[in-house]
Each structure stands twice: as C-alpha cells, then as structure tokens.
Ligand binder design. Structure first.
Ligand SMILES: [Zn+2]
Length: 597
C-alpha cells in the first residue's frame, strides 16, 4: 500500500472536481500472446516480484522496491546494491550490479540499464527486477558471465513517490503511476547538458565511474496508436547524423537486427520511435524530430557512449510492455557478449575523432527524406462536442501496412571547432558543470592575459513565454567576433577541444549551440545594461561628438532619415551617442568566454 502514500492528496483534490474520478478511456489493445510470457515466475516462486504477484496491476513503491532488492542482494553473491546519490527529498538513488561475484570487471563490456527517468514510465524497473532474479537464481546466469550488468531501478525517485492513478492519461497501466518530473519540477531527460538536478549530477558521476559500453534509457511513449509494442531509437539510426558514427554503425549493423529478431521471436512487434505530423491525419506523414544532447541518447552520442532510447507503446498493456523490455535487455546483454569488442573499438575510434565542424541546431526538412514502411491501426473520425472538431477514434484493430512519408532533420547551425575555450574564474557554476561532465581542463593559478577571440552578442534574444526547465532560454543570434587580449583572473580554466569530450565542450561553450550553457541561461547577466548618462550630461557631449566627427555625423543623419521613430525619441537619440562614447560598458553583451581559434 506504500505505493498509495500520496492518495490522500488525490482524494482532497477530487472533492473539488465533480468528474475527477472519471478515468480516460483508452483504445483497446489487440489480443496478445507471446513466448516471453514464459518469463513470468510461477506463483510459488519465493522470488516472484511484487508486480508478477499482483498480476501486473500495480508497481511497488520505492520502499518496497528497495526492500526486495536488498533481500536479493543478501541472498545472492552475484547481486550487489549501492547508493550513488540522494534526491532533493532525501531518498537514496539505488544502483544494482549483477556479475558472477557482484564486482565489475573492467575487461568485460558493461551494460547500464536506467529505469524511471520519467517515473510513471516504469516498465524498466519491473523487467530489471525479474531479470536480476533470473540471473541470481534462474536460467539467465550465463548472461552476465561475459558482460557486467549495471541497473538503476528508479532514476527519478521523488517523482516515483508522487504516485497516483491520474498521472499518465495516455498510458495503460500500472494503476499507480509515478510523476514525470522531479520534486524540483525538472525533467531529467532535458537535463543532460545543464545538469541542474542533483539526481543528474549523481548520474553523471556514476556514468564516469562505471564507463558503460552501452547505456539504455527505458521510457513509455505517448501519442498515436500503432501496432508496435516496443519502439526504440538512437542517434544515427537509418544513416541520420551521429556525432559517434562508428558507434552508430555498430548499433545499426549488430544491435538493431539482434534486438528486432529477439523481440519478434518472442511475439513482440519492434519498431522505430516515430511521431505523426498530425495525429488526426496520418497521410501527412511522420515527423522529423531532432534530439539534442539534453536528451539521454543524444548525450550518449556526443560523449561517444553507445546509447539507446526505449519507448514502449503506452496503449499496450503493462504486462506486455514489461515482457518486451525484459527481452530487449536480455538481447542487449547477448549482443555485448557477442560483439562487445567491436563496440569497444568503435567507441575508441569515435573518441579519437576531432571533427572540424559540428551541427548544433536543427529543423525539420521541408520535404520528406524517405518513405517508411509502417504498421498502423485502424482509425476513424469522430465528432467531439468538447473540441468542436473531428477527433480520431482508434478502433484497436490493425490496419494494412502503409508506406508513409518520413520527414528528416537538417542542421541550421554549424559550429567550428576551436583549439580551446577560456572560462573566467568568475563563472563558478559553468566551471562546476564542465567538471561534473568529466571534461578535462587546466586551471591557471596566477592571472594571465590571453590572446583570444571574444564574441559580442548584440542580437541575443531572451525567449518569451514560460521558462523552460526553470530557466530563461536565450538565442545568441549572430555574434560579432573580436580578436583581442583578454585578462583572465587566477582560477580561470582553459578547456582544450583536443580530448575525447571535446565535442561536448563545443556544444556547451559555443553560445550559438541550442544546448549551450549560454542558451540555457547561464550567462543572462551579460544582457543587462548597468550605467547610464543623464540627458543634461549626454546632450552637450553628443553635440560635441557631432561637431568633431564628420563620419559619425553622416551615420547619425542617415539613421534619422531612415527611422522616424528614432528621430522622434530624444532618449533613443542620446542612447545612440552613449553607445559610441568612451563611457559605454565594454562588457555589455560580451560573452565572457575566450576562444582560441
Ligand atoms: Zn519518458
């Protein structure tokens, strides 16, 4: 019952809303049978998981999950559980190691499976618990003879305990679902670069300690109905862009065929992760959706760690999704046992690459990139009094396969890789987050004047609308590059891009990148004007500037002629002179990070 610890809050809320007890009606799933049903423990198995025991209707609470894993750890030398951090509400983050002796062998490939980053999407926790049981006491022991398994049962532990029956309107089971965001209302799967959440800081240090060869992030999707039950993606799928092209080749040539075959063999229908352009009209094709390094699998790609995003289909029953996840993890272990050395070579090849340019902003292509063979479900239009429009009624029956237009993505911003960045000691939080990622840098112990390019950002635009992940996002606009000597105080750092994490350094420190720390609002203070000149001071100074500088006079007259609003605004006119006077703030709109080109 611990799972319903927050039910009181739900009840109080319901008394205020007459229809709040009404559940959403989901389209019926097709009847399903599969060989993976044989993975479910017998009723009399003393190691039956809580979810198997309740018939896949409810998921155990954090405390129940932890207690079950502690019992398993105590009972088997192959299982060892540790904590690797603490959540804002004070819960320990748990990690479980499954190997022949409970220790990691660095010579063997390592799989890290992460469940519950969005804790309502909890299939990975259930599948992992069943698999750990079968490794410790059942038929799956061989899976960890040649591979280390590292398992995070619940990443977003606080969200997991904000549990209730109304958290995931588009998802079929379990009855108690956790919440997507953390107790700080942060979405961990947008936090991989800025690393604001303590949970993310803990995960980054776990990744650096464990060095997974393959990182799997398990979710449940939303969106339209289709026949696939287990969908997944990775950067470079189908030849699309990847910052780690050798890893992408391994995923396309070994991993994907192996996983698809294993899922099909067990009665599942694996597919690519897709989104419809318009869920009311599939004929408009499938969306080209860019994942940037704020997302798990794109972060893996930019840091040269093979990473796969699993998205089980939300309309399929919880039981079927968990079993598919089990098969997928099982096959991932087999692929690493068979082809782990090829993956390690591919990873090392990507770590050695130093591309001179990096795409760092994306848009969808105007025309479809290709067609995709697709297994849809039948749907029909239905009039809705509430929306006043025609909505889609999914019938729950398979429709004939169709070839749909699949749009792609193309870069809007391409960055040049400089030799190094200089971050001044004053940007403490920037240096901290670079360190949290394991990026190598040199710290100067005495002040130094360095010869660098500095960027002025006169077109920087603060985003309108609500904040994103608690931050005010900024678009850098086109920078003006100024080559000059720049004084750096003691404690400043030089970040070379000639390192395995050099691509990540560029993505974080070039302000034009969509996932740069600048774009995430780490530098908003430079956009604020500080000093000003009173009109009675500025007007006579401006008159003298006009009298003494004919070129300035011509520019001013041109501006007056072209901009009547400016001409009619005394303050704007004086501000124009202030900006060209010796009093102007030289650091206004100046990005304080120096660039060694
Ligand atoms: Zn998710």
């Amino acid at each position: 019952m611990g799972a319903f610890a927050n039910a009181l809050g739900t009840v109080l809320f319901m008394t205020q809303l007459a229809s709040a007890t009404m559940h959403a009606t989901l389209p019926n799933p097709p009847e399903w049978r599969g060989a993976s049903e044989g993975l479910i423990a017998a009723r009399d198995n003393p190691w039956i998981t809580p979810t198997e025991a309740n018939g896949f209707t409810e998921t155990p609470s954090y405390a129940e999950t932890r207690a079950w894993l502690e019992r398993l750890d105590a009972a088997s030398p192959m299982i060892r559980m540790e904590t690797f951090g603490r959540s804002p509400q004070g819960r320990d983050l748990l990690v479980v190691y499954a190997t022949p002796n409970g220790e990691l062998d660095p010579l063997k490939p390592t799989l890290l499976v992460q469940a519950g980053i969005h804790s309502g999407e909890i299939d990975g926790k259930e599948a992992g618990m069943m698999l750990l049981r079968d490794i410790a006491f059942g038929s799956q022991r061989h899976l960890v003879e040649r591979v280390n398994l590292v398992f995070v049962p619940i990443f977003n532990v606080d969200g997991h305990e904000r549990s209730g029956p109304f958290n995931r309107p588009n998802q079929r089971g379990p009855n108690n679902q956790g919440w997507r965001n953390t107790a700080q209302n942060l979405n961990l799967n947008r936090d991989y670069v800025k690393a604001d959440a303590p949970e993310m800081r803990a995960m980054l240090s776990l990744l650096q300690r464990v060095h997974p060869d393959l990182y799997i992030d398990v979710h449940v999707t939303d969106g339209m109905d289709y026949q696939y039950d287990i969908t997944y993606t990775f950067q470079g799928r189908d030849g699309s862009y990847a910052a780690s092209p050798h890893i992408a080749r391994w995923l396309n040539s070994y991993y994907r065929p192996g996983v698809d075959a294993a899922l099909q063999h067990n009665g599942h229908i694996p597919g690519d992760l897709v989104f419809a352009h318009n869920e009311r009209d599939l004929s408009q094709g499938l969306l080209g959706y860019p994942f940037t390094p704020r997302y798990s699998q794109a972060y893996g790609d930019i840091t040269h760690m093979a990473s796969v995003l699993i998205e089980n289909h939300s309309l399929k029953p919880f039981r079927q999704r968990v079993l598919g996840t089990y098969v997928l993890i099982q096959e991932s272990l087999r692929q690493l046992a068979e082809h782990g050395s090829e993956l390690r070579s591919a990873t090392q090849a990507d770590q050695r690459e130093r591309p001179t340019t990096l795409p760092a902003g994306w848009r969808e292509t105007l025309a479809p990139a290709r067609t995709r063979h697709f297994l849809p479900m039948q749907h029909e239009p239905i009039a809705s009094a509430a929306s006043g429009a025609s909505e889609t009624h999914w019938t729950g029956r398979a429709a004939p396969a169709a070839d749909l237009a699949q749009y792609g993505v193309e870069p809007t911003i391409t960055l040049h890789r400089p030799r190094a960045y200089w971050v001044p000691a004053t940007k403490v939080e920037v240096i901290e987050v670079l360190r949290a990622h394991g990026i190598a840098f040199e710290t100067i112990t005495a002040p130094r004047t360095v010869d660098v390019d500095m960027l002025r950002l006169p077109d920087a635009q603060v985003a309108s609308g609500p904040p994103a992940e608690g931050r005010t996002r900024v678009n850098a606009g086109a920078p003006i590059r100024i080559h000059r000597p720049e004084w750096m105080p003691a404690g400043s750092i030089r970040v070379p891009t000639d390192q395995p994490l050099g691509d990540l350094a560029v993505i974080m420190l070039d302000p034009e990148s969509e996932d740069s720390l600048f774009a995430w609002g780490f530098f908003n203070e430079i956009l604020q004007r500080v000093e000003y000149a009173d009109g009675y001071v500025m007007a006579p100074l401006a008159d003298r500037m006009l009298a003494e500088d004919p070129q300035l006079k011509r520019e001013f007259e041109a501006r007056l002629a072209s901009d009547p609003a400016f001409a009619a605004d005394p303050d704007a006119r004086l501000a124009w002179f202030y900006a060209r006077s010796a009093y102007v703030d030289g650091r206004y709109q100046l990005y304080p990070v120096g660039i060694e080109p």
